[in-house]
Each structure stands twice: as C-alpha cells, then as structure tokens.
Design a protein around this ligand. Structure first.
Ligand SMILES: C[S@@+](CC[C@H](N)C(=O)[O-])C[C@H]1O[C@@H](n2cnc3c(N)ncnc32)[C@H](O)[C@@H]1O
Length: 276
C-alpha cells in the first residue's frame, strides 16, 4: 500500500492538471495542504500501491472519477450546524427578507442538503415559506441525490434536534420527519420550494439574483485568489441590501469587496450596501 507521505507535491500538481485536462474539473486553486491530505487519504482507503496506479485509475475509469471527486470535496454537514447562526437568521435576517414579495435564497456548496432543509424549516416557522425559493447547489452530483431523497440517518436526529432548539426552534423537531428503522424521511413539503442542481463555484457563472446567499464551510478549501473570484460571483448574484452568510472560519474582511458590505452581526453575515 502507498505510504501517505509518498505522494509528492509534483504528483499532486500532475493530478490536478490531469483531472482538469480530461474532465474539466479545476482544482488548481484549491488549498494545496487540504488537497494533498485528501489524496493521501484516497491512497490509503483505496489501497493504491503507487501514485502511477492512482493516476491511471483516475484517468481511465470514469466511475472511479466520480468517487475521486466525492473524496476530494469534503461533504461533512449537519442540520442547524452552528445553531446560533440559524438563530441570527431567524431573529435578524428573516424579518427583513419578509418584506420582499418573493424571497430567493442560494445555498452554495449544500452537500447532502441538511443546510437547505434547515433553511426550509426556518422559513416555514417564520411563515415565509410560501413566497420563498431555495436554490441549493453543489459541484458533486452524488450528494445532490441524497439531498433529493431527503432521507438522513436516524442516529443524527438527536444532535439535529438539539441544534434546532438552540437555533430558537419551538416545535417538536420530530414533527418534520418520519422515522423508519435507521432512517429519517423528511416531510415532502420541505422540498416544495427547493431547487437542487449542480453548480461549480470555480467555473460556472451567476444564474439568478438573490436576497440571501449562504455558502458555509466551502471557501476554507479554496486559496485566496479563488475565494476572491467566488466573492465576485456572489456579489454579481446578490441584490443590493442582500445578505451573504459564510462559515465560522470564513470571512469577507480581506476581500476587495468588503468595502461594499457591512457585517450585520457577529454570526458571519454581511449585508450588501446600496453603493455599487
Ligand atoms: C464541508 S461541505 C459544507 C456543506 C454545508 N455548506 C455546511 O456548511 O454544512 C463543502 C461542500 O462544498 C462542495 N464544493 C467543493 N468545491 C465546490 C465547488 N467548486 N463548487 C461547488 N461546491 C463545491 C463540496 O462538494 C461539499 O459538498
């Protein structure tokens, strides 16, 4: 088996080039440290005995490529992740959005959809769901299949229910799903306003204008240059006075665009000023 440390920096560069040239996925501006860690992990899990073997498999087996993309893009997520972020949305942002006749929200890098379902629950409880659309996108088609099914492991429900209560939820969280053996099937009504689609933040352009863009725990995997490009994409996609929400380890502070925004609260939510 390939020792993790055997994957050299130049191997990583080679693989990034190969994947781009053969399949069009551009990982060239992903943070190298994180990318290399993921490649090492793939070698370990899939028991490659040499870098050449990994490279050959990626280049010649499209099914393996699917798995490779899944492993490279970290998909960890949970419902009401960082509950105080959702509390801030509930208490401070949704009342503002409620003044619009139609609320368009983009959840970028939605992974298996837990964040989008959490958003649907918030909107329902704020009585805004009927006039909302949630666009949830990800680079990885497999995670979107899970999001579409709306079925999540039952064992997660204890944590999700605790998160929901900390986010200010007052209902019984189990009202939102039906338990069946080891899975929880979320209420179909939570999908009614949910539009799931693949979208690559690196190469795809803006596709609508939104009052709220949520992109959490995605930019940490990108280098500064790519982060800046994605901020520009979000800026192009956000209406004046719209909100941009980032993850707990992410910030708009160092971006050239920060002067057009002000931080709405201490929960990584920025409001676009009417200056552009
Ligand atoms: C760690 S998950 C974050 C999920 C969710 N936003 C959250 O905070 O719980 C990161 C997601 O970003 C997605 N991603 C990575 N690169 C992307 C890209 N270039 N375009 C769109 N999504 C991407 C991954 O597939 C993954 O589902």
């Amino acid at each position: 088996m390939l020792e993790p440390s055997i994957v050299k920096d130049e191997d990583v560069e080679q693989l990034i080039k190969d994947v781009y040239q053969s399949y069009g996925y551009d990982f060239s501006l992903y943070s190298r440290a994180s990318f290399k860690r993921r490649i090492n992990r793939i070698c370990l899990i899939d028991k490659f005995t040499s870098f050449a073997e990994l490279r050959y498999t990626v280049l010649n087996d499209p099914d393996y490529l699917k798995h490779f993309i899944e492993e490279i893009t970290v998909n960890v997520t949970e419902m009401f992740r960082d509950p105080y972020f959702f509390k801030a949305l509930r208490d401070n942002i949704l009342p503002q959005l409620g003044t619009y006749p139609l609320i368009r929200i983009w959840v970028a890098g939605c992974s298996t959809g837990e964040e989008a379902y959490s958003m649907a629950i918030l909107l329902k409880e704020a009585n805004l769901y009927h006039k909302s659309l949630i666009y949830a996108t990800d680079i990885n088609p497999s995670v979107l299949e899970t999001a579409r099914a709306g079925v999540f492991p039952l064992q997660q429900m204890k944590l999700y229910s605790e998160n929901y209560i900390l986010s200010g939820g007052k209902k019984d969280f189990s009202d939102y799903y039906t338990a069946n053996y080891d899975s929880a099937r979320f209420d179909k009504s939570l999908q009614q306003k949910l539009i799931l689609s693949t979208h690559n933040l690196v190469s795809d352009s803006s596709f609508n204008s939104f009052q709220l863009i949520i992109c959490r725990n995605v930019l940490i995997y990108f280098d500064r240059l790519l982060q800046e490009r994605v901020f520009q994409l979000f800026d192009d996609s956000l209406e004046n006075l719209g909100y941009l929400a980032l993850g707990s380890k992410e910030t708009l502070r160092f971006s050239n665009l920060s002067k057009y925004y002000h931080q709405a609260d201490d929960q990584k939510i920025w409001k676009k000023l009417d200056l552009h």
